[in-house]
Design a protein around this ligand. Structure first.
Ligand code: GAP
Length: 454
């Protein structure tokens, strides 16, 4: 684990907020939980979905040179022999001779058991792939593996994609999906678990252009996190030394984030060279090369791979968004999530539960839900309701008061500044859409006015 650095929020606060507000729960909790597995709750599933959507929009939807795939988790066992995972996807494991706890040797500070100071065994390589069997007979021939990365599903479909899309180099294939690793040590909430989701790009290029594309993707991916609100000073690049490179990588840089436990990997960007296509071509006997029409040459493309963790991204977005500020005699907790990531974009809050107000509020609620995830809250004081929405990161609250019945207007309150404007109910949808896209709060629609400046 890297050196500890002070960050503004502890992991305990994030875990507690996630638990309390329905972002993330321990898995199988009523049975005491299952170590390092997590369930995304009603808000978590929205946030996670929005992270994946933002990634897909950036790397597939808005580009000409990318297409998507969704491949199976279980693959032919020969895939894992050819990819080198059966042989080399392992971590050094040591066991305490006293308490029998197991540790990753390369993460230990000294040569004693961190738990009881007992003597440790010599390290042995421990393969991280989960094994299971396929079909009704459990024998050697039926062994299959849960994929430890989504990448291999892309490599084995390289020719299928070329043949069906007629894509020309350089082009990429993107995939989001679950991966599984039987990690020796897990922890730090959803940072390292045994079941997690990845967002991977395999970008195929001419061999002599690999270094410039590697640099291109480093910049692209760094910008993606920053455009979604992660502070520049909380991100950095770290190049792998030759000793720590994965078995397939020519070179690799991590995008690191300043987590509460220190700088840690958020995403890895690797130059995999032609390793994977060559290996699969050899092992399957099927050609996986590319014919360049213009240069009239045939070659095996090199691959640049930006590989991000969905769960680690969710954690980084939550940590970076978390803020506490004094508010009268209390502390206001506010999740300053980017609007495109926030689970609810809007909350509709009638000032009272009286039928006359509830009727109008529910009509507005029904209308806004056609566009976004919207929350409706009529319990307790308006101040408390604002706080509840701030804490879960809802960018805008729409309040309907008794005046609304007369002037047919409602107020929009901005989460970050707590400032308010009042706009005709008929203008609510367009106004909120513009604000979600980044328009200043005080750019007003026809008939709108500043309500509360702070
Ligand atoms: N295909 C390349 C690959 O899988 P990796 O660096 O092993 O590279 C990529 O993994 C990303 O997947 C990491 O940067 C991290 O965000 C995420 N990841 C890897 N192992 C994880 C784990 N045990 N728990 C949560 N996320 C993990």
């Amino acid at each position: 684990m890297s050196q500890k650095m002070p960050t503004k929020v502890s992991m305990e606060k994030i875990v507690s907020l996630c638990r309390r507000r329905g972002y993330i729960f321990p898995s199988s909790e009523i049975y005491g939980g299952l170590s390092s597995t997590w369930d995304y709750g009603p808000l978590g599933v929205e946030l996670k979905g929005n992270v994946k959507k933002a990634w897909w929009q950036a790397v597939v939807q808005r580009r000409d040179d990318m297409v998507g795939l969704d491949t199976s988790i279980l693959m032919h066992p020969k895939v894992w022999a050819a990819s080198g995972h059966l042989e080399g996807f392992s971590d050094p494991l040591v066991e305490c001779k006293g308490c029998h706890r197991r540790w990753r040797a390369d993460e230990l500070k000294g040569d004693k058991c961190p738990s009881c100071q007992g003597e440790l065994t010599e390290p042995r390589q421990f393969n991280l792939m989960f094994k299971t069997t396929m079909g009704p007979v459990e024998d050697e021939a039926s062994i299959v593996y849960l994929r430890p990365e989504t990448a291999q599903g892309i490599f084995v479909n390289f020719q299928n994609v070329i043949n069906t899309t007629r894509k020309k180099l350089p082009f990429g294939i993107a995939q989001i999906g679950k991966s599984f690793r039987n990690e020796i040590t897990t922890g730090n909430f959803i940072f390292r678990s045994r079941e997690f989701e990845q967002m991977e790009i395999e970008y195929f290029v001419k061999p002599d252009t690999d270094e410039e594309w590697f640099q291109y993707w480093l910049n692209e991916r760094l910008s993606w996190y920053q455009n979604l609100g992660i502070k520049k000073e909380h991100l950095r690049l770290r190049r792998h030394t030759s000793g720590e490179l994965a078995h397939y990588a020519k070179c690799c840089s991590d995008i690191q984030y300043l987590f509460p436990m220190g700088w840690e990997e958020l995403e890895g960007i690797a130059n995999r060279g032609d390793f994977d296509l060559v290996q699969h071509a050899k092992s399957s006997g099927k050609s996986l090369d590319y014919f360049d029409d213009e240069a009239k040459e045939r070659f095996v493309p090199y691959i640049i791979e930006p590989s991000a963790g969905v769960d680690r991204s969710v954690l980084a977005f939550l940590i970076d968004a978390y803020d506490e500020e004094p508010d009268k005699d209390e502390i206001r907790v506010v999740l300053r999530l980017h609007p495109s990531l926030a689970p609810y974009k809007v909350a509709v809050l009638p000032l009272s539960r009286k039928e006359v107000l509830a009727k109008v509020a529910k009509e507005i609620y029904a209308d806004l839900r056609q566009c976004w995830m919207v929350s409706y809250d009529d319990a307790q004081s308006i101040g408390r309701r604002y706080r509840r929405q701030d804490e879960i990161g809802t960018p805008f609250c729409v309040t309907i008061d008794f005046e609304s019945l007369e002037d047919k207007q409602a107020t929009i309150r901005d989460r970050d500044s707590m400032k308010q404007i009042r706009v005709p109910i008929s203008e609510l949808k367009n106004t909120i859409q513009a604000k979600l896209e980044g328009e200043d709060l005080f750019v007003l629609p026809p008939g709108g006015k500043v309500w509360k400046e702070g």
